[in-house]
Design a protein around this ligand. Structure first.
Ligand SMILES: [Zn+2]
Length: 404
């Protein structure tokens, strides 16, 4: 978050510029005087900022609007293709890279399999594939920078991957390494933080300021946005909802503690519950038919389909997952009072019964004043959420310049 320094004319000018650009992006085609009205800034300030923005190619004039008696006003539009950005999404198994415009529209994309690389090998792999991708990129001089997102704890200010136990990356100065290699400004952020920025930038939650985003996959991560900015915590480790304790003296977690949420709701746990119910408890389920008795073929989407078909076993397992999840979400809602809780992950996609059940259970648990204000939704980002996340790390900073 940018600090406001009263009297710093240059900073105020930059702030105004971002706010004006954001208004043109959102409301264009729009006239200068309308922009001034919408954001309550003087028309002279708008005119002078628009002059600079047009000079940079970010804004262009496009036709005229209706007049209120006088001269017809010239309308302004945002030009998302004025610059490009490179988005890089690192997961435990692959690296996705895309060349995008300023609205996150993908011009070119590549997915590189990471072959279980870890530590030094992984770092070298990241540097190699980014280098390869950029070698054939046109108009590199119009590139605003590279944005890398990764699971684990990230020191976004210094561009360091502080801690990622699965990839064995500890205190990796990725920003510095990539800037040295590519000469492009580089940003590094945690993936869940990037997704909450993307929901707020591209998604249907752009008018919300207090959001909690939770993603469930092999692990459970979350991003917290407070008053329009990411809440990072002291060393950047905020949002570790997967390691909140939900069972006293429960299952052992890889973090060293016991009873962490992650181990009760992640896909490997759900999968082993399904398999054990079929194999040892001999439970009957449509899942068996769906995978023609080959249990290795059970995927999150099969599980969701079984729930949709009201399969008793799938619904029982979902209930157990929701029970644990509701504890963690209730605790977090009491702590942060978000306007919306956004859920994402394979077991959430197309699973309206999950959303409905968690909503009911959380509503039952929260303090009375919050009962009518529980808003739990599924992600609005679609299948390219990883690349949109990486784009949002740069774009959110550029457009949604908040004064706190
Ligand atoms: Zn843990």
């Amino acid at each position: 978050m940018q600090k406001q320094r009263t009297g710093d004319a240059k900073l105020i000018q930059e702030l105004n510029r971002s706010i004006i650009l954001d208004a043109i992006r959102k409301y264009g085609p729009v006239s200068r005087s309308e922009v001034a009205k919408i954001i309550d800034i003087s028309p002279t300030t708008v005119t002078s900022a628009v002059f600079d923005l047009m000079d940079e190619g970010l804004v262009y004039e496009d036709g005229v609007g209706n007049s209120n008696g006088g001269r017809k006003p010239v309308l302004l539009r945002f030009n998302p293709s004025a610059y490009s950005i490179i988005g890089v999404s690192i997961t435990n198994s692959s690296i996705k890279i895309a060349d995008m415009n300023l609205e996150g529209v993908i011009a070119r994309k590549k997915v590189y399999k990471a072959n279980e690389y870890q530590g030094e090998e992984m770092i070298q792999f990241i540097l190699d594939v980014v280098g390869q991708f950029l070698a054939t990129k046109p108009n590199i001089e119009r590139c605003q920078g590279i944005s890398v997102i990764t699971p684990g704890i990230v020191d976004a200010k210094n561009g360091l991957i502080s801690y990622n136990s699965k990839l064995k990356l500890y205190n990796v100065p990725l920003k510095e390494l990539l800037e040295e290699k590519t000469n492009l400004p580089t940003y590094v952020d945690n993936d869940a933080n990037a997704f909450v920025l993307a929901e707020n930038f591209f998604g249907i939650f752009s008018n919300y300021k207090d959001l909690l985003y939770i993603t469930i996959g092999d692990g459970v991560g979350s991003g917290v946005m407070i008053n329009g900015a990411i809440y990072r915590g002291f060393i950047g480790s905020s949002g570790e909802i997967g390691h909140t304790s939900v069972v006293q003296g429960g299952m052992k977690c890889e973090c060293g503690n016991t009873g962490c949420l992650e181990n009760y709701v992640n896909w490997p746990t759900i999968y082993s519950k399904i398999v054990s119910a079929i194999m040892t408890k001999k439970r009957d389920t449509v899942i068996k038919d769906m995978v023609t008795n080959d249990l290795s073929k059970i995927t999150p989407s099969i599980f969701v389909q079984a729930i949709t078909q009201q399969d008793a076993l799938a619904i029982d397992i979902m209930d157990e997952v929701v029970d644990h999840f509701a504890v963690a979400i209730t605790n977090t809602i009491h702590m942060f009072n978000p306007e919306v809780v956004i859920l994402s992950g394979d077991i959430i996609e197309g699973n309206s019964l999950f959303l409905q059940t968690i909503h009911e259970r959380v509503k039952r648990k929260v303090i009375p004043i919050l009962k009518e204000n529980i808003n739990i939704q599924s992600t609005s980002l679609g299948s390219e959420f990883e690349l949109l996340g990486s784009a949002a790390v740069i774009l959110h900073g550029k457009f949604k310049f908040q004064i706190s």
